[in-house]
Design a protein around this ligand. Structure first.
Ligand code: C5J
Length: 232
């Protein structure tokens, strides 16, 4: 399949491409969570959810492998580096009781994935203590075991966990397509710069497209498969 993208078209086979949805967690995305408590405008993240939901449904229909990540820590915070805990001099930070349970602690309501994008059985959920999805996780093993070579990336936030993951993936030999309307930042200027950086210099970290352009080709693939199975 070929998706129109920048800096040039992105070619992928749904059998060896995965949809990777990064950190679409209630605490980052929903009103009343940790992100908002820090003074951020969560609407900039929430607007990435509906297009991501459409892409998720299409990817499932196309039989693509789907994986989700969540940023967070063990309840005893034994995997929370001192530097990460101290950063920001926050009054209420990681591990403290927050509006949706203990902040960024696994098992808490706010740490889990938003209702619209709830993982289905068979879709791995990778818990990560850092910003990158490959650091201190088994994501690379999971992807390589499935023969995945390309990643279609959605999630939050664009310049933090999405960027770190795309850079890590790039160094590990994966081709990444980032869907511009399916990633979000609390800062409009970082969204803009983050997207530009990925596709600069001939696609230094990967490709950029959007949900509309991807859905067009996933939908066509679906139609072709249905027609060929109807023909027997
Ligand atoms: C942040 C993330 N922004 N998922 N996490 O702290 O991007």
């Amino acid at each position: 399949m070929t998706v129109q993208a920048e800096p040039y078209e992105f070619e992928f086979d749904p059998k060896t491409a995965a949809l990777l949805i990064i950190d679409m967690q209630r605490d980052f995305v929903y009103r009343g969570g940790f992100g908002e408590a820090l003074g951020n405008d969560t609407s900039l993240l929430l607007k990435a959810v509906p297009p991501t939901e459409r892409v998720l449904k299409a990817a499932r229909r196309a039989g693509m492998f789907v994986a989700h990540t969540r940023e967070g820590h063990r309840a005893d915070l034994s995997d929370l580096p001192r530097a990460k805990r101290a950063r920001g001099r926050l009054k209420v930070g990681i591990g403290d009781p927050g509006p949706m349970g203990r902040i960024l602690v696994r098992g808490e309501h706010g740490h889990d994935i938003v209702d619209e994008l709830r993982p289905m059985p068979g879709e791995p959920v990778v818990d990560k203590p850092g910003k990158g999805s490959f650091y201190a996780t088994d994501l690379d093993t999971i992807l390589r075991t499935r023969g995945i070579q390309q990643l279609i990336v959605c999630g939050v936030t664009t310049e933090v966990c999405v960027h770190t993951t795309v850079r890590e993936a790039n160094d590990r030999g994966y081709d990444c397509l980032v869907l511009e309307d399916c990633v979000g930042s609390y800062f409009a200027e970082f969204q803009d710069a983050g997207i530009k950086m990925i596709k600069a210099q001939g696609g230094i970290f990967g490709w950029v497209s959007d949900s509309t352009r991807l859905l067009e080709v996933l939908g066509k693939g679906q139609t072709a498969r249905e027609a060929s199975s109807a023909r027997g």
